[in-house]
Design a protein around this ligand. Structure first.
Ligand SMILES: [Zn+2]
Length: 57
């Protein structure tokens, strides 16, 4: 199980999304970005949501 890891990697997932967007012409040109950028942001949002759920319980 990697559930515990997910909550601690929020910063890493966000930085991965930022790093990709900074070097990806598609993400810089479009508001929604490319499929890879969306996937990275989605991963970050999921990690943040999991962290939130844990903190409020
Ligand atoms: Zn991109």
């Amino acid at each position: 199980m990697t559930l515990a890891n997910t909550t601690t990697d929020i910063g890493e997932t966000w930085r991965a999304a930022l790093d990709h967007a900074a070097g990806c012409p598609d993400c810089r040109a479009a508001d929604d970005g490319c499929a890879t950028g969306q996937s990275l942001v989605h991963t970050y949002q999921q990690a943040r949501r999991a962290h939130h759920a844990e903190g409020t319980q």
